[in-house]
Design a protein around this ligand. Sequence first.
Ligand SMILES: O=c1ccn([C@H]2C[C@H](O)[C@@H](CO)O2)c(=O)[nH]1
Ligand SMILES: [Zn+2]
Length: 130
Amino acid sequence: MDIKSLIKQAIKAKKNAYVPYSNFKVGAALLTKSGNVYTGCNIESASFTPTNCAERTAIFKAVSEGERDFKAIAIVGDSKKDYTYPCGVCRQVIREFGKNIKVIIAKSEDDYKEYTLEDLLPNSFGPDDL
Ligand SMILES: O=c1ccn([C@H]2C[C@H](O)[C@@H](CO)O2)c(=O)[nH]1
Ligand SMILES: [Zn+2]
């Protein structure tokens, strides 16, 4: 599974975003170490707070299927000016499963930036602290 195909799956998942309030679609594709891919989109709620980001949808789908070892997550959003970076809540949720997970922030298959979770959430609090 290369980065381009992971981004392609995130772009496809973005189409399913349920965003009647923000009209801002986001898609994510999470690659497990075993080579499986779990996709996610953002899902909003009339009461706003229960809104779930695309990244967390993908992670929760994977974890609920028994997967916990993740290699990379690709994120594609609707940001007009720039790339769409994961929110703080999603960074913390990714952190739960590892500091070295690759985070690919993409505008398209050919235009992306690559980080590690540690780059995006340095000096983090995590499972090892407890
Ligand atoms: O990285 C991000 C940033 C925002 N959103 C969603 C939450 C909400 O539905 C909409 C606007 O914040 O975008 C994501 O899914 N992922
Ligand atoms: Zn988020």
